[in-house]
Design a protein around this ligand. Structure first.
Ligand code: SF4
Length: 710
């Protein structure tokens, strides 16, 4: 009825899909049921707007497939039995203890996500590092942002994107590398277009595919997959050959210039153009546009990160920015556009790759500080980082890992070479899946299922792409017998012996207090923030210190950019590193047997493996099934017709998809969205970047076969 849909109350929150971090209000009716979503006018990030995922976010709360109660079974072939929280958490703790006492502490691994609230991440880190004590704890962010993290650390001495969305309003030149904003981050795209219409800066898109962003670009460089580092080196070659570098900035803020100069001499535009598949004059033209701009930006997403040399690709962009003095100034930055809504929160606070607040396991002082604060003997912490997610699965195959706890992640669809992942999961003695949905594909091999509350059935924070901490307010109580992640972690912590002084607060605001305390004096300083202040300001960018708050400085002063003049980078000498990057060949390239590049990416309607967007009518009905983009000339060569089904075959496995003929892809490439189960990731190559351990999802070779219709 109309009364059922009438909004009685609007509650502030932050969108739970992508890392844009839009401020959202959810409307509830007279019975407290969510019935509407709207953007928050005046919010810095989205200024009242939402994309089509955000606008239907209220439909998530009671969408099909949600878990209702804990489930247990002894073998994954057995039927599930309903359980309760006491029994399920006791069984899980008993399994962890059995595995650790039999095979060693690190034989039980944890893989989490970029989608739970920061207070949950912080508590999970305390549980994993300080109580369970496994060193094999990582996030699924290794599949998307690990190369950005690694590249920032190598160049600047720390993770942390130095720029912000407002930089679009000050830039004179924008280069987007492997980033398709209109589909991946629609509201960032809107911010960028608004700024471009006012300022008229050139938008240059580097992408092998004619993405929606490329369609709207002033220049599109359709380079050969995996040649981005060559192009970066060639741009630097031109900049240095023509004296366009910022000598004063380089001298004052960097080291390694001579080594970089020597390396880029090898990349003249003529030979680089041949490798990249573009023409030499284009390279010169882009180098001049970029270096002569008063302020210039590089942004990137998975096209750079998901590669066997993803970390180098990020360092290359940082090199370009440092050479031209484009760090820490309005409109001049090197900004990774992050994927998941709280991928930044896990980088800052989860302890996946270290300890909270960008602390390192390798650093004795960091271990001692956290040990003292948590009341844990620092000797209990490992002295270096354990396995990344992508190393954990091979370790299951070899028998080094016997138990696995997956939190908000679905490797049966998201990992490369999923046929191998299926066989791997069968080997586990204990698989725990913690998720809001009990129809997530990976549950097939689980022994314990813990049903979690969704995003706005709990309270806490997200951090977005531009370091803005924003608040998620609880819209309604957790569905059925689900619990918040924070509650689940605390209940599991109770099952283990630990120092009585080691506390696990249940209130998110109390957890936030711990994080505030630990952030003081760090790069990621949030000590001036409280949950209420964050909501009042509709998000605050870090760093925002207690001192700033006490001095009455209005947020987000001080937090818009990192490494502003005089720049203090996070290496001991305060300087950034210019790092030479020799070209690394792709491991798999098209040949006679597998003549097409396979590219994968996102659709605007869907998020990740569709556990959420696959249930919502207005998202799913426009992209209900997998498809493959194919160039019409290539299809004609093979006698393949539009909207017919074909078999795509790689060295790993095969998949059946419907063909969409389009000029978006060149003649030697096909593109398949990654959201669908048993589809593109049956085909993808699992080779890893040596620095970040991120897989090369975008550099595989396939052939296309007709399906026998008889
Ligand atoms: Fe949500 Fe991202 Fe869309 Fe904003 S752009 S409404 S954060 S999905």
């Amino acid at each position: 009825t109309i009364a059922d849909k009438k909004v009685e109350k609007w509650t502030y929150s932050t969108c739970g899909y992508c890392s844009t971090g839009c401020s959202i209000e959810i409307g509830t009716n007279q019975d407290g049921i969510p019935v509407s979503s709207r953007g928050v006018g005046g919010a810095d990030v989205n200024q009242g707007k939402l994309c089509l995922k955000g606008i239907f976010e209220h439909e998530l709360f009671e969408s099909p497939g949600r878990g209702t109660t804990p489930l247990i079974r002894n073998d994954f072939h057995d039927p599930w039995q309903n359980s309760d929280w006491d029994d399920a958490t006791a069984k899980m703790a008993a399994e962890i203890k059995r595995i650790q006492s039999t095979y060693g502490r690190d034989a039980f691994a944890i893989v989490s996500t970029g989608q739970i609230l920061t207070e949950g991440f912080y508590t999970l880190g305390k549980l994993a590092r300080g109580v369970i004590g496994t060193n094999n704890y990582d996030g699924n962010t290794t599949l998307c942002m690990a190369s950005a993290v690694s590249g920032y650390k190598r160049s600047f001495g720390s993770d942390g994107p130095p720029g912000c969305y407002e930089d679009f309003e000050h830039t004179d030149c924008l280069i987007a590398w492997g980033s398709n904003l209109p589909e991946q981050h629609p509201i960032i795209y809107w911010r960028m277009k608004e700024a471009q219409e006012k300022r008229g800066f050139p938008l240059i898109v580097i992408d092998p595919r004619v993405t929606m962003l490329a369609q709207n670009a002033d220049m599109h460089l359709a380079i050969t997959p995996g040649t981005d580092v060559v192009l970066q080196n060639a741009l630097m070659h031109v900049i240095l050959a023509e004296g366009l570098e910022d000598t004063d900035y380089i001298k004052a803020n960097t080291n390694g210039f001579e080594q970089l100069q020597k390396e880029v001499q090898n990349y003249d535009p003529i030979s680089a153009a041949k490798i990249c598949g573009i023409d030499e004059d284009t390279i010169r033209h882009v180098a001049r546009l970029y270096a002569k701009a008063g302020a210039a930006m590089n942004i990137w997403t998975m096209g750079i990160n998901q590669s066997t040399h993803g970390s180098d690709g990020v360092v290359g962009l940082n090199n370009l920015s440092l050479l031209t003095g484009n760090i820490g100034k309005p409109g001049g930055t090197s900004l990774s556009i992050t994927g998941q809504c709280n991928a930044m929160g896990t980088r800052e606070w989860s302890s996946c790759s270290g300890l909270p607040g960008y602390r390192a396991l390798e650093n004795k002082q960091d271990r001692e500080e956290i040990g003292a604060f948590w009341n844990v003997d620092p000797e209990f912490f490992p002295k270096k980082r354990g396995m990344a997610q992508t190393d954990i699965f091979p370790a299951i195959e070899t028998g080094a890992i016997k138990g696995l706890w997956l939190i908000g992640t679905n490797p049966m669809t998201s990992m490369p070479n999923t046929a191998r992942i299926r066989k791997t999961l069968e080997k586990l003695e204990c698989l725990v899946v913690q998720d809001s949905y009990q129809d997530v594909e990976t549950i097939e091999y689980a022994h314990i299922f813990l049903p979690a509350a969704i995003w706005a059935e709990k309270e806490g924070c997200f951090t977005n792409t531009e370091r803005r901490v924003n608040i998620v307010r609880k819209i309604k109580e957790p569905y059925a017998n689900t619990k918040t992640d924070l509650h689940i972690f605390n209940e599991i912590a109770k099952q283990f012996e630990r120092s009585e002084k080691m506390t696990f607060p249940y209130k998110p605001a109390d957890v936030f207090e711990e994080m505030r305390h630990l952030s003081k004096g760090r790069l990621v300083d949030i000590s001036g923030m409280t949950h209420d202040l964050i909501e009042k300001n509709r998000g605050i960018q870090w760093p925002y210190t207690e001192e700033q708050a006490n001095n009455g400085e209005q947020p987000p002063q001080g937090g818009k950019r990192l490494y502003t003049e005089p720049a203090t980078f996070r290496y001991a000498d305060g300087l950034a590193k210019l790092i030479p990057l020799p070209f690394i060949d792709n491991n798999e390239i098209p040949d006679e047997q597998y003549p097409f590049w396979l590219n994968s990416g996102r659709l605007v309607e869907h998020f990740h493996t569709r556990t959420r967007t696959g249930k919502i009518g207005n998202n799913n009905k426009y992209s209900p099934t997998p498809f493959m983009e194919m160039n019409p000339d290539a299809a004609a060569d093979l006698g393949i017709l539009h909207q017919t089904y074909v078999r795509v075959v790689s060295r790993r496995s095969d998949a059946v998809v419907m063909v969409m003929l389009t000029q978006r892809v060149p003649r030697n490439m096909v593109f398949i969205p990654f959201h669908f189960f048993d589809c593109v990731n049956r085909l993808t190559l699992g080779l890893l970047d040596p620095h970040s351990r991120q897989p090369a999802f975008k550099q595989s070779a396939v052939r296309i076969e007709h399906i026998n219709q008889e």
